[in-house]
Design a protein around this ligand. Structure first.
Ligand SMILES: Nc1ncnc2c1ncn2[C@@H]1O[C@H](COP(=O)(O)OP(=O)(O)O)[C@@H](O)[C@H]1O
Ligand SMILES: [Mg+2]
Length: 269
């Protein structure tokens, strides 16, 4: 048995509500990700995507099952697992470089070394000319670059992203999708990315997980060539691949049917 990679082993999460009822946010989710795999996660709202990510981050303990990373149990938050949120998680009162160096500084990394790290990351995220700017001076797309660089500065094995590009305009989003692919190839990190966009999930997932709600569970998994095709390429060309369009329609229909079912059930209730 190999002990590198990430194992989600029979994870269930039940939230007990103050009124005595409960929500089964996840039920018996199992999955194994190899080091360096890129996985996107899709599913209707409420199917447990964020809950799963919070459990992987160690912010929440599952009611059943466990998470194993590189052979050891995940018991809480740790720099080995970095999180990138949709927005708002940067230090607004610090400049770009200080944001990127924050983790290493807290970890006691010497100045010269963390300077080298931030120089390299500012370079690969296209932020070199912005390093002295304050975060609030930057556009949303630039802020997400800072969030990515700051996450990478902690040298995580796994990067967890919850709708990281969800608040960006279409063009910026497309550029950032390209950057995520570049970073994936260049750093060899394991990446899990939640998105509401079927296109984005197809582009940014060599594995794509479709989750279903009530209870939150894995509905279907795809293995896809598009992320690999998109590295250093024009993503619009990738989207024109007939197989891309076919898979997109299949998944859209799948999620549409789930949403219909949820609506139906709500109306019956
Ligand atoms: N802290 C909590 N307490 C109670 N219910 C929660 C809590 N967090 C999430 N839930 C419920 O669990 C389900 C899954 O939520 P979530 O993981 O946020 O879904 P998604 O990210 O896929 O939209 C939802 O029904 C949500 O209302
Ligand atoms: Mg969510």
């Amino acid at each position: 048995m190999t002990d590198t990679g990430l194992i989600i082993d029979g994870v269930s999460m039940r939230f007990d509500l103050p009124n005595g009822s409960h929500v089964q946010a996840l039920k018996d989710v199992s999955l194994r990700l190899g080091q360096g795999e890129l996985m996107s996660v899709l599913g209707p709202s409420g199917c447990g995507k964020t809950t799963l990510l919070n459990i992987l981050a160690g912010f929440l303990a599952p009611t059943e099952g466990r998470i194993v990373l590189n052979g050891h149990d995940v018991k809480g938050p740790d720099a080995e697992r970095g999180m990138v949120f949709q927005q708002g998680a940067l230090f607004e009162w610090m400049n770009v470089r200080d944001n990127v160096e924050f983790g290493p500084r807290m970890a006691g990394v010497p100045v010269a070394e963390r300077r080298r790290t931030s120089d390299r990351l500012l370079e690969i995220t296209g932020l070199k000319d912005f390093k002295d700017k304050m975060v609030f001076e930057l556009s949303g797309g630039m802020q997400q670059r800072v969030a990515l660089a700051r996450c990478l500065a902690n040298e995580p094995d796994v990067i967890l992203m919850d709708e990281p590009l969800g608040a960006l305009d279409a063009l910026t989003r497309e550029k950032m999708q390209g950057l995520v692919l570049e970073l994936w190839k260049e750093t060899g990190k394991t990446i899990i990315l939640i998105t509401h966009s079927v296109e984005e999930a197809l582009l940014l997932g060599e594995r794509l997980l479709v989750m279903a709600p009530r209870p939150g569970r894995i509905h279907k998994e795809y293995r896809l060539p598009f992320a690999e095709m998109g590295v250093g390429a024009d993503l619009r060309t990738v989207k024109k691949d007939p197989e891309f369009a076919r898979t997109r329609d299949e998944i859209l229909n799948m999620i549409w049917e789930m949403e219909e079912e949820i609506m139906g059930r709500t109306e019956d209730a």
